[in-house]
Each structure stands twice: as structure tokens, then as C-alpha cells.
Design a protein around this ligand. Structure first.
Ligand code: HEM
Length: 190
């Protein structure tokens, strides 16, 4: 599972992010390129991309829109009550539970216009507040993995590495055309 999610997770996530970036017709590439070149200083590293809120939001929105690992299973360790906005269930110890992230990540009570891809959804104070509902890693984006919560241990590396790749490409090229599977034209930065 460790190897599968690391490799396959990135295998699914990166083409999705790049596809969004390369096929966008709203000027997203130019906006993010300006951010990548103006923010973060000369060296690209995790601290530098933390100063690029729009690039980070693109990565988070891609994870929300299509979580690379959509289904998770677990057995209840104790009896407990599981509640949603409008229902509540008694869960017994030992019962098998399945979480289906694409449903959770399109919850209209939480996410405005959930079926629309909004690359700047997680920007600003309101956007950052939404991160507590972003569950691509088997737990909220705002929580840390522990020995008992089964949350993805690579979660911060995943979003920061993906942001770094996007920033690197945008610093290097003035224009990129293509889709998630191939690049058809590039213009080097002058
Ligand atoms: C896009 C890439 C990735 C995605 C989408 C992803 C997603 C996930 C998900 C959903 C789980 C929970 C699985 C379950 O309980 O059924 C998980 C667990 C885990 N992930 Fe990731 N992951 C990714 C990359 C990584 C990387 C790069 C690492 C390590 C550097 C990593 C390390 C782990 C470990 C160790 C667990 C098991 C945690 C536990 O059971 O206690 N993952 N990942």
C-alpha cells in the first residue's frame, strides 16, 4: 500500500495538475507564472512554494476534484456514532467501514459549486479555512499523521513537491501547450 500510493498517487495527480495548467483558457498559466517568478526568492524549495498561495491552491483543488486514492477501508476499533449533516449511524466495534472521498469532496454544504474546478478555491482566509474539509489523504489537510490515525505520512511532501514542480516549470518556460499526457509546444523564459 505504501509503495502503491506513493507511486500511483503521484502518477495520477501530476498529469491532472499539469493538464489543468496546460489546457486552461482563463489565463491561469500567466497568473501562476507571475506568482512563481515574483514570490519565493531565487531558490525553489518547500519554503519558497509556501509563498505561492495560488499554485498551492491549484494542487489542493486538483486533489479535491479527483482524489487520487478514492476509496479507503477500515475496521471500527470501538463502538461509536458516525454523524453527517443530516443523519447519524451507530457503528459497532469490528464493523468494516468504507470511505468514498469523491462524495465527501463534492459536498455542496461545504464546497460552493462543488462540481466546478476552481483553481483559487483555497486562496485567502476563507479558502485556507476550507482546508480542514480537504480529505484526500485519509484525514483533513490541516491534521498531522500519527501512529494511530492512518493518515498519509507523505501528505505534506505530496502537496509541496507538486507545487514545486509547477513553480519550476513556470519559471523555466514563458508558455507551455499540451495536456496531462504530453507537452506539444514550449517557449523558454527569455
Ligand atoms: C499523490 C500521492 C499520494 C497519495 C494520493 C496518497 C494517499 C494516501 C492515502 C489515501 C492513504 C490512506 C490509505 C488507507 O488508509 O487506506 C495513504 C497512506 C499512507 N501514505 Fe500516502 N499518498 C501519496 C503519497 C505518499 C508518499 C510520497 C508517501 C511517503 C513518502 C506516503 C506514505 C504513506 C504511508 C506510510 C501511509 C500509511 C499510513 C498508515 O496506515 O498509518 N504517501 N496515502
Amino acid at each position: 500500500m505504501f509503495y502503491f500510493n506513493c507511486l500511483e498517487g503521484f502518477n495520477l495527480l501530476l498529469p491532472d495538475i499539469l493538464g489543468r495548467l496546460f489546457t486552461d483558457k482563463t489565463g491561469l498559466q500567466d497568473r501562476l507564472r507571475a506568482e512563481a517568478r515574483q514570490n519565493g526568492g531565487p531558490d525553489l524549495n518547500f519554503d519558497a512554494v509556501k509563498q505561492m498561495p495560488n499554485i498551492r491552491s491549484l494542487v489542493w483543488e486538483t486533489l479535491r476534484f479527483k482524489p487520487p486514492v478514492p476509496t479507503q477501508y477500515s475496521r471500527a476499533r470501538k463502538d461509536f456514532r458516525l454523524s453527517s449533516h443530516d443523519a447519524s449511524y451507530e457503528i459497532k466495534k469490528g464493523e468494516l467501514l468504507c470511505g468514498y472521498l469523491p462524495l465527501v469532496m463534492r459536498d455542496p454544504v461545504i464546497f460552493n459549486d462543488p462540481d466546478t474546478f476552481q483553481p483559487d478555491r483555497f486562496v485567502g482566509e476563507k479558502g485556507t479555512d476550507l482546508l480542514k474539509y480537504l480529505y484526500w489523504s485519509n484525514g483533513p489537510e490541516t491534521a498531522d499523521p500519527t501512529a494511530t490515525n492512518k493518515q498519509c505520512m507523505g501528505k505534506d511532501y505530496v502537496t509541496l513537491s507538486a507545487s514545486m514542480l509547477v513553480a519550476y516549470i513556470l519559471r523555466r518556460y514563458d508558455s507551455i501547450k499540451g495536456d496531462g499526457s504530453k507537452i506539444t509546444a514550449v517557449e523558454m523564459a527569455k
